[in-house]
Design a protein around this ligand. Sequence first.
Ligand code: CUA
Length: 356
Amino acid sequence: MRRGSIVALLGLALIAGGVATAVALVPTWLPEDASQEAGRIAFTFWFVIAICIFIFAIVAAVMVYAVLRFRVQEDDFEDGPPIHGHTGLEITWTIIPFILVTSIAIVSAIVLSRNDAQAKDTLRVDVTAQQFTFTFSYPDAGNVTSPVLMLPKGRSVELYMRSLDVIHSVFVPQFSQKEDVVPGLVTQLHITPTRLGTFPLECTELCGLGHSLMRSQAVVMEPAAFASWLKKQGKTAAPPSSTTTSTTSTTTTTSPSAAGLSVFNANGCSSCHTLSAANATGKVGPDLDNLVAYAKKANQPLEAFVHDSIVDPNAYIQPGYQKNVMPGTFGQSLTKSQLDAVVSFLVQSAQKSGNK
Ligand code: CUA
């Protein structure tokens, strides 16, 4: 093989590699970062992708050039010249991948340890996942709970995540991180938000019929706005979280139907059920505006029917729906006052919509 061919081949390969890498890196493929961790993850991602594309383009260019340039002539039946290895080439193609793979390992290790490093004033948020909703609570602020993940900008935040039933997974694309929520474990996720805004928070583990509806939001606020939000939530007597034993308040500070509505919303009932009194339009489970008819069909008094259907959802299944879709955990996770509040709220609104 002539020296000229090798120079041409190498030149072509390097140009192809450079062009392919540039084309791959120029468009914005990923959502704009909204956390420090996301920026580091994106850097690692593109570092690896750039290496892969560059090497792939070089290999592909060499192959294409060789196929075209050294194609055998039609009447040529000779064997190629015997070649017995090339020490220089072998050393080169061992050392270059070694350097590349090692550099990927070093970059990844640095990013992982930096992303997990909590600041001194890290804010703790407890995340409870259940079919098919997320609840976020702030134990340092008197267990304020929220169906939306509220975060202060620029503060280091650690999520402590528990599941009440099956495996779920928390993913905010703009934060670039994803962590499973596994029954029996507390998994953790560290986030330092850098950009104000409202971002989608999704369950990314197939967890049942309502999986595609298991969505919430992450809202990043100015620290001052976040502090006043926390204060306000603490004052308006949020329903006690499922882990506390407190059975007071709730019904004393708010009207029974408002208390029931907040239990309804905090437990994600609206992601599966339709109920006009709660502006809920879920389609996974039975339409709760028809509870009067369902109770009649199940041959039970309305209130007992509603209570039993929450505590033991499999006891009566409305025709057209399946067993084991509704979580059977509400009997344990709701306090007695929460359960009473939501039952009377459902009974009231069912009677109203039944009389329409
Ligand atoms: Cu929870 Cu999918």
